[in-house]
Design a protein around this ligand. Structure first.
Ligand code: USQ
Length: 397
């Protein structure tokens, strides 16, 4: 297939591009390189040294003989350019990662809230709009988030996107209907993914677009089979308080002798998936498009759930790191249970990589290898969800 990877320079976009290229697909990355600009804005850098996208694709070609094409296009701002590119190339499928993906970054200030909403919603809408305008029947696979469901403590398993409900009619009958699971975002970033869901629902219904939305959990790990092949095509690894996700942060903290920063009691339960499984799921989704005029296909892209404090304890045991409980800068339930259905990917053959001690220690080794690049002052999470919470933040645990 000819596949356009929107946001193909990012943490999941890059390994996905390599994985799909390796599988024989023709890959075109469209990216505005915003993630690199945000590194500059925040004064942080990936733990792993990253080459330019042009250099990365050059090395991939030298290693494998395969070409990955790069196009500097901003989906949110350059609608005409995007439309022109799509009209010329008419890809069979599009993978859409081109959104600002960090919840703490989206909550930093009013400017960051505006940026996240404008960027994410416009990027998604521009893409859908262009597909219709060009009469382009490309399968759109979007990277969504488990966070659209929220983390309430109902105790029932979260279905894959749709909730069956029985609605009582005026004449006393019960009509069964599937509705989108009620959206319950916990940050501005997560809210934009909820808005995406409505855009997808409308365009699937109105224009018959073929859309798959992947509700992904927190990704851990850094390498995939392809990113291991050469030092210069290594994946990025974020550890800072805005972009670092919890498990990867704990791993780097353990490697540099920094106490593991548990927010609150650490009773938050979240869904996780390894980066290698993430790219496999995207390939599985691409191979199984919904028919035209069907409803949006939704998968829960996660393989296991863990409580934050249990992860901290697991890593502390492995590495001898200390654990510190910090005031939580986020407005979130201090404790929650989480049961998630993920049968659809398992039925398609996904064999999950689990958090075994061996794998964790391998990542600790990656963290140790590049520990010299860590700026300890960028480890604390200082972006607060409300002005009141901002006053409680501990900047130097
Ligand atoms: N947490 C800590 N200590 C830390 C960092 C985080 O206790 O040092 C806690 C947070 O308070 C939160 C949980 O760990 O309860 C998860 O935080 P996270 O930063 O790992 O994940 P999150 O902000 O939810 O966002 C990440 C990705 C996002 C993706 C989402 C999937 O950045 O792109 O959509 O995971 S999910 O969480 O399932 O919505």
């Amino acid at each position: 297939m000819k596949i356009a990877v929107m946001g193909g320079d990012g943490f999941i976009g890059w390994p996905t591009s390599l994985h799909l290229s390796d599988a024989g697909h023709e890959i075109h990355i469209l990216d505005n390189l915003s993630r690199r600009w945000i590194d500059t804005e925040l004064g942080v850098q990936s733990l792993t040294p990253m080459d330019s996208i042009q250099e990365r694709t050059r090395i991939w070609h030298a290693e494998t003989g395969r070409r990955i094409h790069f196009n500097l296009i901003d989906l949110a701002k350059d609608y005409e350019l995007l439309k022109k590119w799509l009209a010329e190339h008419r890809p069979d499928a599009i993978v859409h990662f081109a959104e600002q993906r960090a919840a703490p970054y989206s909550m930093k200030s009013d400017r960051h809230k505006n940026y996240t909403v404008n960027n994410n919603v416009s990027a998604t809408h521009n893409l859908l709009n262009a597909l219709v305008e060009l009469n382009l029947d490309a399968h759109l696979v979007h990277l969504g988030t488990m966070g659209v469901y929220g983390y309430s403590t109902v105790g029932a398993a979260i279905p894959e996107g749709y909730l069956p409900v029985g609605i009582e009619t005026a004449d006393g009958r019960t009509v069964n209907q599937d509705i989108l699971y009620p959206a319950n975002p916990g940050s501005i970033y997560h809210m934009t993914k909820c808005l995406d869901q409505l855009l997808f629902q409308f365009y699937a219904k109105n224009d018959g677009l073929r859309i798959t939305d992947l509700h992904q959990g927190i990704v851990w790990g850094t390498h995939t089979e392809q990113t291991r092949r050469h030092e210069q095509i290594i994946n990025r690894f974020d550890y800072d308080g805005d972009y670092g996700t919890v498990l990867n942060r704990f791993l780097i903290q353990a490697a540099i002798g920094y106490p593991l920063t548990v927010h609150g009691t650490g009773g938050q339960t979240r869904a996780f998936i390894h980066i290698q499984d993430s790219v496999r799921c995207i390939e599985l989704a691409l191979k199984n498009p919904p028919p035209r005029n069907a409803r949006v296909e939704i998968f829960n892209q996660m393989t296991e759930t863990h409580r934050v404090r249990d992860l901290a304890e697991m890593i502390a045991k492995l590495s001898g790191a200390e654990i510190i409980r910090l005031p939580n800068p986020r407005k979130e339930a201090p404790e929650n249970d989480l049961i998630v259905k993920n049968d659809k990917f398992l039925d398609l053959g996904l064999a999950p990589i689990t958090l075994q001690a061996g794998l964790l220690s391998e990542i600790v080794d990656v963290a140790r290898k590049y520990a010299y690049r860590v700026d300890r002052s960028r480890v604390p999470a200082v972006s607060a969800w409300t002005k009141d919470l901002a006053a409680t933040i501990n900047h130097d645990p």
